[in-house]
Design a protein around this ligand. Sequence first.
Ligand SMILES: NC(=O)c1ccc[n+]([C@@H]2O[C@H](COP(=O)([O-])OP(=O)(O)OC[C@H]3O[C@@H](n4cnc5c(N)ncnc54)[C@H](O)[C@@H]3O)[C@@H](O)[C@H]2O)c1
Length: 410
Amino acid sequence: MIGLGYVGAEVCLAAAAAGHRVAAIENDAVRLGELRADTHKADNWTKIRRAIADRQVDVCDTIEAAPPADVWIVAVATPLDADRHPDTSHIEAAARALARVVTPHAVVILESTSYPGTTERIFLPPFLQQGWTPGVDLFVGYSPERIDPGNREWTMQTIPKLVSGCTEKCAKTIADFYRTVVDSVHPMSSTAAAEMAKLLENSWRLINITFANENETLCTALGLDAWEIGEACRTKPFGYHGLNPGPGAGGHCIPVDAAYLSHFARSVDVSTPVLDTAVQANTERPAVIARRVRDVLADTAAADRPARVLVVGVAYKSDIGDTRESAGIALMRVLHQAGTEVEYHDPHVPTLRLPHGGFRSVPLTAGTAEEYDCIVVTTAHAAVDWEVLKYCTTALIDTCNAAALIARLA
Ligand SMILES: NC(=O)c1ccc[n+]([C@@H]2O[C@H](COP(=O)([O-])OP(=O)(O)OC[C@H]3O[C@@H](n4cnc5c(N)ncnc54)[C@H](O)[C@@H]3O)[C@@H](O)[C@H]2O)c1
């Protein structure tokens, strides 16, 4: 496994559970140190730390230092660069290093999400330059990872795996490997088709989340409860697949993948106005919430001091500690730029470094909750003490229907 991040950890655990001998390569010394650490802290990394401690998964820090392998899986990050354009540099670097150490008849699979053409135009060329022939002495292909961190119902093993190869033989070999790990595989005709499928499913979510957010803004203006309306629409047994509104879609997948697709469409001169609008609207969503906060503060904050706001939840989704592309953090930034004093509470994110300073999660108690002019809930973690919010008198803006959790408290 190359890259021991959110995806790499799940793949290693699934492959080890299937009886394979697994080694993982992670070149970030800090992450590797945390994974090797003997700690009792319970977090997203507990299972993989235990697997490393029990030697079910061996770890090393460079591809060159890795033991020889029959199957290599690459799941390195594919973020956006400073201009919010695709950054495939980690894929390129991993492929260059891997092409120098693979052995004949190895299976080499890219799992990172990227735009159509990445496997054959970016990932494969270093292997060709080293003299390998796909389908003959090396089996190269693409299989997008579809895990949903924190989801206990659908796991790497139970989510159908899309598989593809640079040749038919590559595709078959890769499908045979994944059949040993997951319950079902779905073969595709080309690596580009599998790359496109991954971007489509996540872009679909972004478009529908931004539509739900737009509808929430409209309902709020009309004094209607968007959650009640969404629940009513879902009673229609067919044809409606509406998603829930929120503070903006975050994470390394949904907003990033839609930006990859939008960028790719522009590069081939195809106009995608629906997608582009969704990408833009999602970026602007935290500013919409910030305007709502300012309206509340106009009524609640003292005039002789900066307003104080507490953001509850800076992880991008509930019950995990991943803060990438987090709407809660974007909201903190917008509010800070407007001169507001902002702090946060998140049981899964003890500390946070933002461009304007370092933060620590403040405890959420009956006493601390009263110290703010407004509390904004951006992630509904089960581990938040919702009882505190049920009884506090501070103005509350609830972007993710934490009210349902609060109401359930006796
Ligand atoms: N996080 C998710 O839920 C999720 C779900 C589906 C797909 N994906 C996709 O999977 C890919 C990986 O995502 P992630 O969330 O696991 O990212 P991540 O940043 O958590 O993990 C990637 C890891 O790869 C390491 N790395 C990078 N280059 C390396 C190299 N040359 N050698 C060794 N290690 C290297 C990094 O240090 C990092 O720890 C991305 O393309 C992402 O879009 C992610």
